[in-house]
Design a protein around this ligand. Structure first.
Ligand code: FE2
Ligand code: FE2
Length: 394
């Protein structure tokens, strides 16, 4: 028998996989195609979906195709399985069959880098589903390897189906629809089991990330902000968990390159906050985006507290004000006037916000640095609010 083997993580299996198998079957007159999911090491990203679920989805996807089947050989073996070991084993078990290893053009290009590629070629034929957009030179090293081993890849020309499991996972994580790229039963299963949805990082996960991605001195500052914010929350109330989370994450991207921040901001369809080109405040905007889209934190209060912690804004929520002030007065700060601001923060939060805003604006102006428009309107707003409050009290 001629048997095709299609390997991959199938995380999840999609219509592109089925198309590859069908094309190979038709072109090479295969009797059967085996889908062989790889084992994914537990520490690998996106392993939130278990091997059993990946296999289950494959069974669902192939249920209407009597000539396709699933092999759990690699998944059950656990640990990294090398293709050369798998094909050797297949040959040992079925010495009379001819196996065709089905790969996409992108895998073919890198085939020469695989572990023991000669070992693979000893036991199987290779079928390549061609993809447009790959220049001939890209595969020259693999072509050479095949020549040396007196082999020729079977090339299957077909209409490109450009579907990737990674894109599907990203779409689902962002709450977008990806179901038209999946076999119907797989789509229903993913929906029912809520697979690939974004699950919020825990406080511990965020803490680990922050610790690993900011300079040690910055982490000391962050701990100071958490402490100051919780003290303010004792005085003024608010959701302590949200406040601690926002304080922990407010500077999470402060030590990243500006290019990384800009890329992140653009990737999620925003324009960088315009303060007349100071990169200083981008970490706040990018931090909020990262928290929402990568860490899956959907608490608006936390996101806004991070987003506006440098500039402030009019009509800040209690959490926003607390983080804004805590960032100014945490115990590591020692600029002139910080003691007064600490005292004021304990007495009247809005007045402390106004004092901090006007202090910063004056400071930036004295250095001839740009001031964000949102900070100026915040200052106007809090001036007005406090004036009206005083009038009211008189
Ligand atoms: Fe900051
Ligand atoms: Fe800070």
């Amino acid at each position: 028998m001629n048997i095709g083997i299609l390997g991959g993580t199938f995380n999840p299996v999609h219509l592109g996989h089925l198309y590859m198998a069908e094309e190979a079957m038709k072109n090479l007159k295969l009797d059967h195609v085996i889908f062989m999911p790889n084992y994914i090491p537990p520490h690998k990203e996106n392993s939130s979906v278990s091997a059993a679920e990946r296999v289950k989805m494959l069974h669902l996807a192939l249920s209407d195709h009597p000539d396709f089947s699933v092999s759990t050989f690699e998944v059950e073996k656990t640990g990294i399985s090398y293709t050369y070991e798998t094909v050797e084993e297949l040959h040992r078990r079925h010495p009379l069959d001819t196996f065709f290893f089905i790969i996409g053009e992108d895998s073919y290009v890198n085939f020469w880098k695989w572990k023991n590629p000669e070992g693979i070629l000893k036991y199987v034929e290779v079928a390549v589903i061609e993809r447009t957009g790959f220049p001939k030179e890209a595969s020259s090293k693999t072509d050479e390897l095949f020549r040396q081993n007196h082999k020729k890849a079977f090339r299957i020309l077909s209409e490109t189906v450009d579907i990737s499991s990674t894109d599907i996972r990203i779409r689902l994580k962002e709450g977008k629809d990806a179901y038209e790229l999946l076999p119907r039963k797989v789509a229903e299963y993913i929906k029912e089991k809520k697979l690939y949805l974004c699950s919020p990082w825990t406080f511990q996960q965020l803490q680990t990330y922050v610790k690993e991605h900011v300079k040690p001195m910055r982490y000391v500052h962050i701990e100071g902000v958490v402490e100051a914010a919780l003290l303010l929350s004792e005085l003024y109330g608010g959701n302590r968990d949200a406040i601690a989370l926002a304080a922990l994450c407010h500077d999470m991207l402060k030590d990243h390159e500006v290019s990384f921040l800009l890329e992140l901001i653009h990737r999620y369809g925003e324009m960088p906050v315009d303060d007349g080109n100071s990169p200083q405040i981008l970490h706040a905007q990018a931090g909020a985006i990262y928290l929402e889209h990568v860490c899956c934190i959907r608490n608006e209060e936390v996101l806004n507290a991070v987003r506006y912690h440098t500039t402030g804004r009019a009509q800040m929520s209690l959490t926003e004000k607390i983080i804004f002030i805590a960032d100014y007065i945490e115990k590591g700060r020692n600029f002139p006037g910080v003691e007064n601001l600490r005292k004021l923060a304990g007495e009247n939060l809005d007045q402390a916000v106004l004092a901090a805003l006007s202090g910063t604006i004056k400071h930036l102006e004295s250095l001839n640095k740009p001031v964000a428009a949102v900070s100026r309107s915040a200052m106007d707003y809090y001036e007005r609010v406090l004036q009206e409050r005083t009038k009211h009290e008189q």
